[in-house]
Design a protein around this ligand. Structure first.
Ligand SMILES: *Cc1c(COP(=O)(O)O)cnc(C)c1O
Length: 366
């Protein structure tokens, strides 16, 4: 059975984005973030491709995601970026995941498992430098580190933090980010002074990678940039790897004065034609785009008319010769129609647009 509504994912673009990221990162290691189903792109496929294309590590949000890609055969280090629950500690050890800890909550659990089953665990300490979401407070890091090192089953593999506003250009945000960098450096110095030398420090997300060279340390964490979006991505040669596409399923005549779709929000000013396209907000086209987006059919742009429905959208095609079965680009590697321009219209960020691509949209890799 053919799939008519698809997310086409070009892995060769992933590879070229990774090359560009590597050259920007200037020799430090690169961790590919694959959380949230790889920002909607398919966690198993993107993880395997990342491994093949030379990523140094992968980042997931939770233990389930880590287990999933480990079971799919991924050998790279897998960092669990967010705090996990105590009763997931056995899985972390069993699947050789690298947890990032904010406190000592799970240390006894890891130790118990490892004493019983053998082996050791490499973990990361998270420092809260101002995001106030996760991480140990700066003044508590030394004590937490000493505590970890008191277990002979546990190693501190690295230390990290996360920025609150690395993507923002105003003075306050720049100051805030630089302050976070300073706090992180002070924490590292204090550990060093106390004889604790942690080798793998990382702080940069995509925005910091682009805007703050002094955030690279030993590794950068490439998220949205990997998928082709970040500030002025076109200038860097970074390209979107996913194109959301569908096909025209009906062509209809509309008479002057008739309205289209729920709520009668658009009325034809003259006789015209519309194409009905079987993709809607269930598939990741925000309802907010009602009467406020275009789609590309046969290399021409056509405006959406009326409300975005759960399962369909309707574009006005005038008298153009568009046929049932013609391919429709909703967004993708297109200067006008991409997740960034779409996010602007929907009042959000490209991350949210990508992760909201619906489950029933078939991912097709090339
Ligand atoms: C999601 C995430 C990233 C990646 O952020 P982008 O803005 O997509 O680059 C980096 N670090 C952590 C801790 C994250 O949770």
């Amino acid at each position: 059975m053919q799939n008519y509504t698809i997310a086409e994912i070009d892995l060769s673009v992933l590879q070229s984005n990774m090359k560009i990221i590597k050259s920007i990162a200037d020799g430090v290691k690169v961790l590919n973030i694959v959380k949230a189903n790889a920002y909607g792109h398919g966690i198993v496929e993107i993880s395997k491709a990342s491994e093949q294309f030379g990523a140094d590590a992968l980042g997931v949000a939770n233990v389930q995601e880590g287990v999933k890609i480990r079971e799919a055969g991924v050998k790279l280090p897998i960092l669990v970026l967010f705090q996990h629950f105590k009763d997931e500690s056995d899985l972390v050890c069993k699947y050789n995941l690298n947890p990032i800890i904010s406190n000592d909550e799970c240390l006894d659990e890891y130790d118990k498992y490892l004493k019983k089953n053998g082996g050791s665990l490499n973990l990361y300490i998270k420092v809260d430098t101002g995001l106030n979401r996760m991480g140990a407070r700066p003044e508590d890091v030394l004590e937490l580190s000493k505590k970890v090192l008191s277990y002979d089953t546990l190693n501190i593999e690295g230390i990290n933090t996360h920025y609150a506003a690395a993507d923002m250009k105003d003075e306050h945000s720049k100051e805030f980010t630089n302050n976070q960098i300073n706090i992180f450096n002070e924490v590292l110095n204090n550990l060093n002074k106390n004889g604790i030398n942690i080798k793998n420090a990382h702080t940069a997300n995509s925005a910091a990678l682009i805007s703050y060279k002094n955030t690279y340390f030993d590794m950068v964490r490439a998220g949205i940039i990997l998928y082709g979006y970040t500030d002025s991505f076109y200038d860097l040669g970074i390209k979107p790897i996913l194109s959301l596409k569908s096909h025209v399923v009906l062509v209809r005549n509309i008479k002057k004065g008739e309205s289209i779709s729920y709520g009668m929000t658009w009325t034809a000013q003259k006789d015209t034609k519309v194409a009905v396209i079987p993709i809607g907000y269930a598939d990741g086209v925000p309802r907010k785009l009602s009467n406020n987006w275009e789609v590309k059919i046969n290399n021409k742009y056509y405006p959406l008319r009326g409300r975005v429905c759960m399962d369909s959208i309707i574009a006005e095609i005038g008298n153009d010769n568009i046929k049932i079965g013609d391919e429709v680009l909703i967004f993708g590697n297109d200067k006008k129609l991409n997740a960034d321009t779409l996010a602007d219209k929907a009042g959000t960020i490209s991350h949210e647009i990508l992760v909201n691509i619906g489950e029933r949209v078939k991912r097709i890799y090339k």
